[in-house]
Design a protein around this ligand. Structure first.
Ligand code: NAD
Ligand code: DAU
Length: 333
């Protein structure tokens, strides 16, 4: 690994991955290409800024010219860039198609032209849809429910088609819900921690009994690094935290860590087409020697502590525009 292109490297998982990669591969250069949407934040990359092996380019993954400039000289590519929030995809689906489908296509095309030796498409358990019992393996059919998951499925299918048609050394990693530092406070864990810190209501959708499988972002970074090194082209790898919990259970754990009362829990209108449960089996990546290392109890406590100590990071992100977005979606919080 000489020079890695990390697209979407200013977002939550991408920035954690950049810091991790600079440590793991001590001779490698890391180039980030990021559009800096509302979810991208250069503060997330503060720990890399002064590293001579790090470079940042602002640009859109759907812009062929800027992608060519960023990818030139890179031997491997990992694509985190995406519109990622399900609720926003219900309000503004077009951005999701443009970035998650057309953007991924553009990256694949330029990677083919420049001859990248590995391409990892970072994807999600949501492409399989909901499952009441058991778990999806990597050959399960795709049944996405939201414009977000449908767009991610489009990106995945293009990646796999490029591997088949053009022998592109491209593969797909699908993980369960990540949590940890630098997650934008629109997602369940950081939204509820930061609301609870301010004694604001925690808006639980529907009956709150939907199940997600929680994976610490550091464990996902390790899985993705392993796939950059040893993943097989044309193959899908599931990455699961192995910690299934109902949303209301996660909510109560956050309140307990912060010593806040459960009266902050507020049940609100459900998300349309809300998937009831996600669950993955991930034997393929386990066969490469990967296993999640962080228990949810430890990881959640650490994450709550991080948000408590980084108010200067999240307070500016929870301004008026953010509140307005939630008022439109859920009628006020
Ligand atoms: P995020 O929303 O925190 O960050 C996305 C990043 O992509 C931001 O920095 C944003 O500026 C950038 N971006 C968006 N559109 C772009 C474009 N057109 N060109 C260049 N950059 C653009 O997302 P995240 O939670 O870190 O997720 C990263 C990836 O992991 C996504 O592909 C997502 O689908 C996938 N994923 C996330 C989770 C999760 O729990 N967060 C779980 C499974 C998979
Ligand atoms: O499963 C992987 C996916 O996890 C990623 O692909 C997505 O990018 C990421 O956003 C996440 O999607 P979810 O929809 O599962 O995450 P979110 O944090 O939005 O919601 C988690 C659960 O909590 C979900 O069942 C909806 C619920 N929820 C969420 C919010 C923001 C609430 O009850 N209230 C809320 O305010």
């Amino acid at each position: 690994m000489d020079r890695i292109l990390v697209t979407g490297g200013a977002g939550f998982i991408g920035s954690n991955f950049v810091l991790y990669a600079l440590e793991r591969w001590r001779d490698a250069h890391v180039v980030v290409l990021d559009k800096l949407t509302y979810a991208g934040n250069l503060e997330n990359l503060q720990g890399a800024r002064d590293n001579p092996r790090f470079a940042f380019i602002r640009g859109d993954i759907a812009d062929e010219e800027v992608v060519r400039r960023a990818m030139d000289g890179c031997d491997v590519v990992i694509n985190f860039a995406a519109e990622t929030h399900v609720d926003r995809s219900i309000l503004f689906p077009k951005e999701f198609v443009l970035t998650d489908v057309v953007g991924t296509f553009t990256l694949l095309e330029v990677a083919r032209e420049l001859g990248a030796s590995k391409f990892v498409q970072v994807s999600t358990d949501e492409v399989y849809g909901s499952i009441d019992e058991g778990a999806f393996d990597e050959i399960a059919a795709l049944e996405p429910s939201s414009p977000y998951s449908a767009s991610k499925a489009g990106g995945d299918l293009l990646t796999l088609a490029y591997a088949k048609t053009f022998d592109a050394p491209a593969l797909v990693a699908r993980s369960t819900n990540n949590y940890g530092p630098y997650q934008y406070p629109e997602k369940l864990v950081p939204l509820f921690i930061t609301n609870a810190l301010d004694d604001k209501p925690l808006p639980v959708y529907g009956d709150g009994r939907q199940v997600r499988d929680w994976l610490h972002v550091r464990d996902n970074c390790e899985a993705l690094a392993l796939l950059l090194e040893r993943g097989e082209p044309g193959v899908v790898y599931n990455v699961a935290g192995g910690c299934e919990l109902e949303n209301v259970d996660v909510t109560k754990r956050i309140l307990k860590i912060l010593g806040k009362g459960e009266d902050l829990i507020t049940y609100v209108k459900d998300r349309p087409a809300h998937d009831r449960r996600y669950a993955l089996s991930c034997e393929r990546i386990k066969a490469l020697g990967w296993n999640p290392q962080t228990s949810f109890d430890v990881g959640l406590e650490e994450t709550v502590g991080w948000y408590g100590e980084h108010e200067d990071w999240w307070r500016p992100l929870k301004g008026e525009a953010f509140d307005e977005y939630y008022r439109r979606q859920y009628g006020g919080r």
